[in-house]
Ligand binder design. Structure first.
Ligand SMILES: C[S@@+](CC[C@H](N)C(=O)[O-])C[C@H]1O[C@@H](n2cnc3c(N)ncnc32)[C@H](O)[C@@H]1O
Length: 261
């Protein structure tokens, strides 16, 4: 079982996310309409930012995270069809299965992404849909070889409020290149597509993105092959890149002989 990882609770206490277009991009080619009337398991709900989008469409949402249930419940008052659960999505056994299991930006932060995905697949009803969004190994050289090592050595021991101040500074510094150099047709630049989104988002949302990278207690960047493996045993398997730095992965549980939870 993973330790409680208080960094995440701190992240969702300090910052909020209200941006829907990113969520819709991450679940593409599916839309919120695809979840209408269905029982959805949201694995790694953080402060409930996506639960708010899902609940009006789904029949029910079971929103799971390590330690943010109370925070998310407070942020999402009035959503009567949501059940908040504190559990480790890699090890939990909720004792029931779902039409949709959705996990956005979480599996790559667990100890063993393959084991976590296997546990999520075990929570699918026959014919149920698994939708994941994970960080890619491809396109993330700077994150893997520079940012992550620096984070581990220098940022991990610091109080989260100090990391927030550093993140604010980094976010502000990124504005100059992103609005000049990155507007030129220089597609060979690292994170070229990714910074296109940076121009669309508010400072506060960009800050959350930067803080998220500097705060995450552990991250694995998954090669295409590993990302594809997350839907092992499923049918209708799909994978597509997003902004050159992440994978959208999905698949359906076979109609017959889905393994019991
Ligand atoms: C980057 S945030 C993503 C939150 C939300 N899905 C989103 O995209 O805004 C990662 C979340 O995964 C949760 N998390 C990480 N490992 C987990 C685990 N083993 N079980 C449950 N939640 C976990 C963290 O607590 C954190 O809230």
């Amino acid at each position: 079982m993973q330790p409680q990882q208080s960094e995440w609770k701190d992240q969702w206490t300090l910052l909020e996310d209200q941006e829907q277009f990113l969520f819709l991009d991450w679940i593409h080619p599916f839309t919120l309409e695809d979840f209408r009337g269905l029982e959805v398991l949201e694995a790694g709900c953080g402060g409930g930012q996506h639960t708010r989008f899902l609940a009006p469409h789904a029949r029910s949402v079971t929103a799971v995270d390590l330690n943010t249930a109370e925070l998310a419940r407070q942020r999402c008052q009035g959503l009567d069809n949501v059940q908040w659960v504190e559990a480790d999505i890699a090890a939990m056994d909720l004792g029931r299965r779902f039409d949709v299991v959705l996990s956005i930006g979480v599996v790559h932060h667990t100890d063993d992404p393959e084991a976590t995905a296997a546990n999520l697949r075990r929570h699918l009803k026959p014919g149920g849909l698994l939708v994941l969004w994970v960080y890619a190994q491809e396109g993330n050289g700077w994150m893997r070889w520079l940012v992550e090592p620096l984070r581990r050595v220098f940022l991990a021991p610091l109080p989260r409020r100090v990391v927030l101040v550093i993140s604010r500074l980094v976010t502000a510094l990124l504005y100059a290149p992103v609005h000049t150099l990155y507007r030129l047709p220089l597609r060979f630049l690292p994170y070229y597509d990714y910074f296109g989104n940076f121009r669309r988002l508010s400072f506060q949302r960009n800050l959350l993105n930067v803080f998220d990278k500097l705060n995450a207690p552990q991250t694995q960047f998954l090669s295409r092959q590993r990302a594809e493996g997350l839907t092992e045993g499923l049918t209708d398997r799909r994978i597509s890149p997003y902004m050159g730095v992440s994978w959208r992965v999905s698949g359906r549980a076979p109609l017959e002989a889905a393994s019991p939870v």
